[in-house]
Design a protein around this ligand. Structure first.
Ligand code: FE2
Length: 260
């Protein structure tokens, strides 16, 4: 049934796009000018697309040699598909760090086992916590927020000030929270861009308390810049006007910044 759906005319489930952006930010160290971040979300391993399809997409992206790989959850849709993780996400390489949070679908299928697998692959697992990492020799606060599906919010108010803050969140609904915690750059998924988007109407379903207002792409609140991914998979392999994606963004340092 799922394979049949995936091959419906106009279904874009098997037509990934690699999106590339450049974002100018005033508050980054000079060493981060040109820093490349790869963002993946909502892979939803469940059999369709097949493991080889994910492998081909990720192998293609590897040519960009990202500095940071960011994954914002909904990796598996079934405990049996934990065995795909090593052969897919395990192929990814990064120059600096790989960071991950889990999503609501992960919470239903052995999340603690999944966290162990991801750590074993070298990812820094950021479930409702923060830490300071070094990126090209400069400190960066990295946090993850997995509420409402896991635990409580990370105590980012305790994170050191004056350091760039990056936040991974499964849902974009935490944009207001991020803006209140001086987050500079946030990545999210969860809403899949609506997945089925009708001409002149838009997405049929949008699982966000903000409706369609944070559906896909770039947003800003205060100084916080948010990117919302359409995701790479989905529980139901049906996409119209909403191609699966991997996003690569290059940070550029705005000239007006003070030297750090
Ligand atoms: Fe999802």
């Amino acid at each position: 049934m799922r394979n049949w759906l995936a091959h419906l005319p106009f279904n874009e489930t098997l037509r990934p796009e690699i999106l590339e952006y450049s974002v100018e930010m005033p508050d980054i160290p000079a060493a981060w000018d040109g820093l490349c971040l790869m963002h993946l979300s909502d892979l939803h391993f469940h059999g369709t697309p097949e493991r080889e399809w994910y492998q081909a997409v990720l192998d293609h992206c590897q040519g960009r040699q990202p500095d940071l790989v960011l994954c914002t959850g909904d990796i598996v849709d079934g405990t049996a598909f934990h065995q795909w993780v090593g052969g897919t996400l395990g192929r990814l390489k990064w120059k600096e760090k790989g960071l991950v949070v889990l999503g609501n679908h992960d919470s239903w299928y052995g999340p603690e086992h999944l966290r162990k697998d991801l750590k074993r692959l070298g990812f820094i697992e950021l479930g409702n916590r923060w830490e300071v990492i070094q990126v090209r020799g400069e400190p960066m606060v990295v946090g993850g927020i997995e509420t409402p599906w896991f635990g409580g919010d990370p105590n980012m108010q305790d994170a050191p000030g004056g350091i760039f803050r990056l936040l991974l969140s499964h849902t974009p609904d935490h944009l207001h929270w991020a803006a209140g915690h001086q987050v500079d750059l946030m990545f999210a998924g969860h809403v899949h861009g609506g997945q089925v988007c009708l001409p002149a109407f838009g997405p049929l379903v949008m699982p966000s308390k903000h409706g369609r207002s944070l559906d896909r792409g770039w947003f800003q609140q205060g100084k916080t810049i948010l990117y919302v991914s359409k995701g790479l998979g989905g529980t139901h392999p049906l996409r119209w006007n909403c191609r699966p994606e991997v996003m690569l963004v290059t940070l550029r340092r705005a000239e007006k910044s003070n030297e750090r």
